[in-house]
Design a binder for this molecule. Structure first.
Ligand code: NAP
Length: 526
C-alpha cells in the first residue's frame, strides 16, 4: 500500500482539520493510501486559537477542542509540542523528512492603525490582551493592571466584541470558566467601569456577528449606550446603501435589529456602561507618558459612497486603548511570504514559489493561507481543499478543480522534490478513487519520477513509518529538544483539572504560566 508521511505545522483548528482531512481523504482513495501525520507546534499545548483565542466565557465554541482531541488521538497522528519551526527544526529538515508539509500557523500579530501614540504604555494590541486573558504561555500573567476607569476598544469585529465583553462584564461570571487564577484576580480588581467600542464606519458595515453582538446587551449589570444619530442608517450615508443592506442582508439585518433595540431602551443607572459608537475614526492617542485620551474624527460616506473624514474632532478621556483592528500572519523561517497580503502565497493551498509555480511538497491552510477571516468551522473546508491538492499531487487523488484527477501533479521522493510529468494512464498498482476515469490525460499516478517509481523510495521497506518518524525524534534529540508528547499534554490537562478542584472553580483552570505547564509534564524550562 502506498504510504505518505506528512508534517503539519500548527495544532490549531487549521492544522488539526488538515490532519483530519489527510486521514479521511487518504483512506477514501481506492485503494486507500496509508497516512501518518506528525503535528508540530511551537507551543507546549495543542488547539491554537481554540485554547488561546476563543474567549473563556464562550464555552460552546471552546468545546470544539473535544472534537479536535479525536484527531490528535487518532492512531496515525502524533503530537510534537514545543517544537519551533525556524529554531528547533528548519523548513529543509521537514522537507527532507516528510513527503509533504502543511503550514497552518494562523495569524498571531496585530495590525497597526498608523496613528500617533499607538506605542504609548496603555495602548494595547488586542492580540496581546486576548493572549493574556487566555493564559498564553508567551504572555506574563502579571502583564496587565486594569486601573483605568474608562477605556476604548477600537474596531467593531468579533475580537473587539470579545475584548469589550471581558473588560466590562462582572468578573464573578468568569469563575466557572477555565480562565487562569492570576488573570481572574486581575479582572476582579479591575477599575474599568466604562468601555467605548469604536467603529470607524456604521452599523451596516460592522464586522461582528449577531449572536456575539446580542450577548453584549445581555450582560448583568451592564448598560449598553448608543448615540441616536450614529444608529440612524441615513445620517452618515447619503447613498442609502446602509439602509438597503439592513433590509437585504440577513446578517446585517440581524445586527441592526440588536442595535435598534439597544437604542430604544430607557436609560438605566448601571455601575458599568458600554458605549457602542459608529462613524468615528481614531486619529491620535494622547500621552505624554501613558495613554490619557483618544481623539476621534467624525466620518461619513460621501455621495459616491466613499469613506471620508468630516474634519470634526472629539477627544475621549480614556486611560487605556485596546486596538482590535485585525490580525496578521507572521512569516515562517525560509517559507515564502507575501509582505503585502500577509499570507503564504498559494493557489488553493499549494504554496507558490517566486516564479508563481507550486513548490513540491509544500502546502498551507487556515489564516496563513487566506488571511484572518471566517469562523473556526471555515477552516475545515479550507483544510479539506488544501489536502485535496496534496493528495492529487502526491497520491493521484482527484484535485478540487478537477474531480477527475490532477493535471499538474508533482511528486516528492524521499525528501527530494521531483516534478512529475503528465502520464496518460494510471499505474497498475495505483488504482483510482471511485469515479476516476482510468485513462484521464494528465493523470500523474504513473509518471516517471513519481515516488513509487523512484529507485530507493522506501515504499517496500518494512518499518518505513518508524524510519521517518524516528528521524524527527532523532533530529530533535540530537539538538537537545525534548518535544511535548500527547501523553505530556494529558498530564497538563490533569493538572488543570486538579487545579480547578483545588480552587473550587468549574471543570478546569488553565495553568498560569509556561513554568507551570512545564512542571506539570515533568520538563525543565528551556
Ligand atoms: P475583523 O472582523 O476584520 O474586524 C476588524 C475591525 O477593525 C473592523 O471593524 C475594521 O473596520 C476595524 N479597523 C480596521 N482598521 C482600522 C483602523 N485603522 N481604524 C479603525 N478601525 C479599523 O477582525 P477581528 O475582529 O480581528 O476578527 C478576525 C476573525 O476572527 C473574524 O473572522 C472574526 O469573525 C473571527 N472571530 C470570531 C469570533 C466568534 O465567532 N465568536 C470571535 C473572535 C474572532 P473596517 O470594516 O472599516 O475596516
Amino acid at each position: 500500500m502506498r504510504r505518505l508521511q506528512v508534517a503539519v505545522v500548527g495544532s490549531g483548528p487549521a492544522g488539526l482539520y488538515s490532519a483530519e482531512a489527510l486521514i479521511k481523504q487518504s483512506s477514501a482513495l481506492n485503494p486507500p493510501c496509508e497516512m501518518r501525520v506528525d503535528v508540530v507546534d511551537r507551543l507546549p499545548t495543542p488547539y491554537g486559537l481554540v485554547r488561546y483565542g476563543v474567549a473563556p466565557d464562550h464555552k460552546s465554541i471552546k468545546s470544539i477542542a473535544e472534537k479536535l482531541r479525536l484527531v490528535l488521538e487518532h492512531d496515525s497522528v502524533s503530537f510534537y509540542g514545543g517544537v519551533h519551526l525556524g529554531h528547533d527544526v528548519s523548513r529543509e529538515d521537514l522537507l527532507a523528512s516528510y513527503d509533504a508539509v502543511v503550514y497552518a500557523t494562523g495569524a498571531m500579530r496585530d495590525r497597526r492603525m498608523g496613528i500617533p501614540g499607538e506605542d504609548l504604555p496603555g495602548s494595547v494590541a488586542a492580540t496581546d490582551f486576548v493572549n493574556w486573558y487566555s493564559g498564553h504561555p508567551d504572555v506574563d500573567p502579571g502583564k496587565y493592571v486594569l486601573d483605568a476607569e474608562s477605556v476604548a476598544v477600537i474596531g467593531v469585529g468579533n475580537v473587539a466584541v470579545d475584548v469589550a465583553r471581558i473588560l466590562i462584564r462582572n468578573p464573578e461570571d468568569l469563575r466557572e470558566t477555565d480562565i487562569s487564577q492570576p488573570v481572574l484576580d486581575t479582572l476582579m480588581a479591575s477599575k474599568v467601569r466604562e468601555v467605548h467600542l469604536i467603529g470607524r464606519r456604521g452599523p451596516a458595515q460592522a464586522k461582528f456577528t449577531t449572536k456575539e453582538l446580542r450577548e453584549l446587551g445581555e450582560l448583568d449589570g451592564v448598560e449598553v449606550v448608543t448615540y441616536g444619530g450614529e444608529v440612524d442608517l441615513d445620517a452618515f450615508d447619503p447613498t442609502g446603501e446602509s439602509a438597503r443592506l439592513a433590509e437585504a442582508d440577513r446578517h446585517i439585518r440581524g445586527n441592526y435589529t440588536v442595535i435598534r433595540d439597544w437604542a430604544s431602551r430607557p436609560a438605566r443607572a448601571s455601575a458599568r456602561r458600554l458605549f457602542v459608537r459608529f462613524w468615528q475614526r481614531p486619529t491620535e492617542i494622547h500621552g505624554p507618558r501613558q495613554v490619557s485620551g483618544l481623539t476621534l474624527e467624525r466620518t461619513r460616506l460621501d455621495s459616491s459612497g466613499k469613506f471620508t473624514g468630516t474634519g470634526f474632532f472629539d477627544t475621549l478621556n480614556v486611560d487605556m486603548v485596546f486596538r482590535s483592528v485585525g490580525y496578521q500572519s507572521v512569516p515562517l523561517a525560509d517559507v515564502p511570504f507575501d509582505d503585502r497580503s500577509y499570507v503564504v502565497p498559494n493557489a488553493e493551498g499549494r504554496v507558490l514559489g517566486p516564479d508563481g509555480a507550486p513548490l513540491p511538497g509544500e502546502y498551507v491552510a487556515g489564516w496563513l493561507k487566506r488571511g484572518p477571516s471566517g469562523v473556526i468551522g471555515t477552516n475545515k473546508s479550507d483544510a479539506a481543499q488544501t489536502v485535496q491538492w496534496l493528495l492529487a499531487d502526491l497520491a493521484g487523488g482527484p484535485s478540487p478543480e478537477n474531480e477527475h484527477g490532477s493535471e499538474n501533479g508533482h511528486a516528492r521522493a524521499n525528501g527530494r522534490a521531483a516534478a512529475a510529468p503528465a502520464s496518460p494512464a494510471a499505474a497498475p498498482d495505483f488504482p483510482q478513487a471511485p469515479g476516476y476515469p482510468e485513462a484521464a490525460p494528465g493523470y500523474p499516478g504513473a509518471a516517471p519520477g513519481y515516488p513509487g517509481a523512484v529507485p530507493g523510495y522506501p515504499e517496500a521497506a518494512p518499518g518505513y513509518e518508524a524510519i521517518a518518524r524516528a528521524s524527527l525524534e532523532e533530529l530533535l534529540a540530537s539538538r537537545g529538544v525534548r518535544p511535548v508528547s500527547y501523553a505530556d499534554w494529558q498530564k497538563i490537562e490533569n493538572a488543570e483539572k486538579e487545579l480547578a478542584a483545588a480552587l473550587r472553580r468549574g471543570a478546569r483552570v488553565k495553568l498560569g504560566s509556561r513554568e507551570e505547564i512545564h512542571r506539570a509534564c515533568g520538563m525543565a524550562m528551556r
